[in-house]
Design a protein around this ligand. Structure first.
Ligand code: ME8
Length: 637
């Protein structure tokens, strides 16, 4: 290792292995995209990465689905497992291994672990009865049921009572609580850690780990009793070590000490309680982190196979491109919380963030280099304050991105990148290279500005690689660059070589029309909605674009800001109740929409000549801004 080179970090990330009782949907695609983004990011950071996904193929649910399809379980699981692999191929997922629980390499490990636990007295024979949900493949306690129904599926559980083998999970309750308390980021985000500690406040039961063959044959036989097969969760969780070649495989040695799992909240209990206790009992070190995300909902409903509302993720990616889909899901869902998926919201983000902010920046930069520098990156002159601000902004942005990515906070990372892109677009507007190009005395300045833009493009072409792999590659191609630059080499500023040829290419993200909304309702309004107005009445409003020149707090008011805005040739003062939502310095230079003909009013001693428009929902307030530039005073209609 060269002196001063930081040691290479190791990173092992798994997705859940998905049930093959139906084809992949949005929820599966999300987890897999998240894992892929993370693994691409860590590879770009220089880490040694192993990314595992796969399919969970045993159990009642699968046997039932195969019977329903009129296929043998093996034929059925072969077919559906292949659709998962094909889907991940189409989405550009860069997994290192795809494990199937029907593979001999997995079954062998499950049997070896069972034998070890049985020999150690960790497994005993007994009888258990209780409410069982086939959708979840688990027993519930009465307390966990909601109105007597499964909290996940809303179905009535079946009461099952049968002799089975049990794992002495209850033994490990105190130890597990201690481990979670001593390692605050073992389960994250924190809400899920708290949820697990909550579950562990009740006495932990032993876990039934078998099913009698009289009821179910589709499973891995217990090595110590051929009349039973292994309970599907006990079988499935072990994929995380069987895929690495537990116990002696070199991959197990290298990667297991760095294991991180990624799941959604639906399978928190098996991963946060069954799995660590199984590992502990088997003498296998624990994983490092369990990263838990929320649930996507569709128009308020749940997306899941057993519930029946299925979105084929591929359909959306075919229409809008896989980068747009990927960006949308990463940007829209704060990691750990639920989010709602809609095609309209996706199109909005595509147009605003991708077509407008990123796409325009890339195309105008390449176009300006082509028109004003004959397609060749010029030599930069001395950097001025505007360039230094961009460079400092990059350093700050990278710091935020790195910290956010440590915690799977994709949304925070992307917001930081897009703030920098917004700063770049403002830089272009402020420096106006088209004006510099008209003045031969400004040739040096023009070269510096164009160089800065080319350098920003170089950074984006690599930094965006984990998030928007296709677009990042397209950006790099325009600069004649092949592979992405490692993250530690993104800085210092000034790496793009003067003399580099740039190549014009098609727009990265053409704008798309919003998907057609449902047919408008007939001319009836619900009683709660305001009455209809005519177009003439609407035209009485004088709505205008205004540029905020100055913003300052109104003394003694928590809510009000005094804004000085430019409206065409005129400068006006307005008072806006937005102080709890925007800092004054964040408003300067922004274009907003105002009602210009609202009669003046005095608020806390300040005369207000108009009103700034904003939307709000709950505690969130958002100013209406423009998605492309217009001069102050432009009419809004
Ligand atoms: O539970 N929103 O498999 P599964 C977000 N085989 N993510 C969702 C989602 C949604 N609406 N729906 C599903 C199993 N997911 C077991 C796992 S692991 C040893 C065994 C994602 O096919 C999310 O990752 O039901 C969730 O945890 C997983 O799919 C459940 O997949």
């Amino acid at each position: 290792m060269a002196p001063g080179t930081p040691p290479r970090r190791v990173f092992y990330l798994t997705t859940p292995i998905y049930y093959v009782n139906a084809t992949p949907h949005l929820g599966h695609a999300y987890s897999t995209i998240v894992a892929d983004t993370m693994c691409r990011y860590r590879r770009l950071a220089g880490d040694e990465v192993f990314f595992l996904t796969g399919t969970d193929e045993h159990g009642d649910k699968i046997a039932q689905a195969a019977a329903k399809a009129g296929e043998t379980p093996q034929g059925y699981t072969d077919r559906i497992s292949a659709t998962f692999r094909a889907q991940w191929g189409a989405l550009g997922i860069t997994y290192d291994d795809f494990i199937r629980t029907t593979e001999p390499r997995h079954a062998g490990v499950v049997q070896a672990v069972l034998k070890r636990l049985h020999d150690a007295g960790e497994i005993y024979f007994g009888e258990y009865g209780g409410p069982y949900c086939y959708g979840c493949e688990r027993f519930y306690t009465e307390k966990e049921l909601v109105d007597g129904r499964c909290p996940q599926h809303g179905t009535e559980p079946t009461f099952l009572k049968e002799p089975n083998y049990f794992f002495r999970m209850s033994r490990y309750q105190e130890w597990l609580v201690g481990h979670i308390e001593a390692n605050p980021d073992f389960i994250r985000p924190e809400r899920y850690r708290n949820e697990v500690l909550g579950m562990l406040r009740d006495p932990l039961q032993d876990l039934s780990i078998s099913r009698p063959k009289t009821r179910l044959q589709w499973g891995i036989p217990l090595p110590f009793d051929q009349n039973f097969v292994t309970y599907v969760w006990f079988d499935a969780l072990l994929n995380y070590v069987s895929a690495l070649g537990w116990p002696d495989g070199p991959r197990f040695q290298t990667f297991w000490p760095y294991a991180q799992h990624l799941i959604a909240k639906d399978i928190l209990k098996p991963h946060a309680i069954y799995w660590p206790t199984m590992l502990k009992a088997a003498g296998i070190p624990l994983y490092r982190h369990l990263n838990v995300h929320g649930y996507w909902t569709l128009a308020g409903g749940k997306i899941s196979k057993s519930v029946g509302k299925v979105v084929e993720a591929l359909k959306v990616t075919e229409t809008y491109g896989r980068d747009a889909f990927r960006y949308f899901v990463l940007r829209e869902m704060p990691f750990g919380l639920d989010a709602s998926f809609s095609e309209e919201a996706l199109v909005e983000r595509l147009n605003a963030d991708l077509a407008n902010d990123l796409g325009n920046f890339v195309s105008r930069t390449v176009a300006m280099l082509t028109s004003f520098a004959r397609g060749v990156v010029p030599e930069a002159g001395p950097l001025g304050p505007a360039e230094t601000a961009i460079e400092d902004g990059l350093t700050r942005m990278l710091r935020t991105v790195h910290a956010a990515m440590e915690e799977f906070a994709f949304q925070r990372a992307l917001v930081a990148v897009w703030e920098w892109i917004a700063a770049l677009n403002r830089y272009v507007d402020a420096q106006a290279p088209w004006a510099l190009a008209k003045d031969p005395a400004q040739a040096g300045r023009l070269a510096t500005v164009l160089y800065t833009l080319a350098e920003a493009l170089r950074v984006l072409g690599s930094l965006l690689d984990p998030f928007l792999p296709d677009s990042a590659a397209a950006i790099r191609r325009q600069l004649g660059l092949g592979g992405a630059t490692r993250l530690p080499d993104l800085e210092p500023w000034g790496r793009v070589a003067a003399g580099t040829r740039v190549e014009k290419a098609a727009a990265l993200f053409p704008r798309v029309e919003a998907p057609r909304a449902a047919a408008p309702a007939p001319r009836a309004r619900s009683e709660a909605a305001p009455p209809w107005i005519t177009i003439e009445e609407f035209r009485r409003l004088d709505l205008r674009v205004a540029e905020v020149l100055e913003a300052e707090p109104v003394p003694k008011s928590k809510k009000l800001l005094k804004l000085t805005v430019k409206l065409g040739d005129e400068t006006r003062t307005l008072v806006a109740g937005i102080a709890e939502h925007y800092r004054p310095e964040a408003l300067r230079g922004r274009k907003v929409v105002v009602v210009a003909n609202l009669e003046p009013a005095t608020l806390m001693g300040v005369e207000s000549n108009g009103m700034v428009l904003a939307g709000s929902e709950g505690d969130t307030l958002a100013l209406l801004t423009l998605d492309r530039d217009l001069p102050p005073g432009a009419k809004v209609r």
